[in-house]
Design a protein around this ligand. Structure first.
Ligand code: B12
Length: 213
């Protein structure tokens, strides 16, 4: 096994075994080896989280283990955040990001924030359980041009529609983009959003395409 694939494997297993120390060590090793933060997330840590999701679905593990794996992922993202943010110094614009009302899943949204920061955007991270009004108020206060909302549950997809409706009702000038596991391009078209992307990496090109649009 090459050094790179060995480190990526270690990142994956650190999440699968919710081993915080191993995740921190492997993340530092990966950075030292010159592996790009987005590859550390997509090809290492993220693969471990995918496996956790599958094992949870199959009832092989339960909520406490998922929480432990999430905390492990967060510890690694804490190291990667500043590295990813050190990208472009000239800010390309402001994006308001959050997980929609009723939903507390934050990991995917945090990855999106880190990717956008790395690509030179100023990101206002509203956290989770964010109402449509709070998204728009934050965009007003920070002169943003895009609002991005994450939903991880079929039951909270409806809250993405509420964001679009609120933006239209208030005649706000913001573009809306959405994602998260149950979200899809078809859903975004149905609710009248301006964009969808499946991954955090694709979100960067999506937001780039909305600049000045
Ligand atoms: C980790 C996790 C948790 C953690 C969350 C920790 C945290 N701080 O975020 C904890 C344990 C707290 C949790 C709680 C719950 N969970 Co949960 N959880 C998961 C799990 C296993 C993984 C999610 C994850 O982090 N994935 C890793 C990230 C990196 O991927 P991602 O989020 O998909 O994000 C990527 C893309 O989607 C995209 N993306 C994400 N957001 C955005 C936003 C934009 C704008 C764009 C463009 C792209 C984008 O980019 C990301 C990176 O590429 C999923 C299973 C699964 N298969 O998804 C269940 C899952 C989402 N949970 C589920 C449930 C039911 C719950 C609970 C209700 C459980 C309970 N009984 O209490 C509670 C939720 C309470 C609430 N009100 O929200 C269900 C949802 C089912 C449904 N209705 O659709 C799932 C699918 C599990 C299952 N099969 O039952 N959960």
């Amino acid at each position: 096994m090459t050094d790179r694939s060995e480190i990526l494997e270690e990142l994956k297993t650190s999440i699968e075994t919710w081993d915080v120390q191993k995740a921190v060590d492997a993340t530092n090793r990966a950075l030292e080896a010159g592996i790009e933060p987005k590859d550390i997330v997509n090809d290492g840590l993220g693969k471990g989280m995918e496996d956790i999701g599958k094992r949870f679905d199959a009832a092989e593990i339960f909520l406490p283990q998922v929480v432990a794996a999430s905390k492990t992922m967060e510890a690694a993202l804490k190291i990667l955040g500043p590295v990813m943010s050190a990208g472009d110094s000239a800010m390309k614009g402001t994006v308001v990001m959050g997980t929609v009302e009723g939903d507390i899943h934050e990991i995917g949204k945090n990855v999106c924030c880190a990717m956008l920061r790395g690509a030179g955007y100023n990101v206002i991270d509203m956290g989770c359980d964010v109402t449509a009004q709070d998204f728009v108020d934050a965009a007003d206060d920070n002169d943003a041009f895009v609002i991005g909302g994450s939903a991880l549950m079929t039951t909270t997809l409806e809250a993405q529609r509420e964001v679009v409706d609120y933006v239209k009702e208030t005649e706000s000038p913001y573009k809306t983009v959405f994602g998260g596991a149950p979200c899809s391009r078809a859903w975004c078209e149905q609710i009248g959003a301006d964009g969808y992307s499946e991954t955090a990496a694709d979100l960067v090109s999506l937001v780039d395409s909305l600049r000045g649009a």
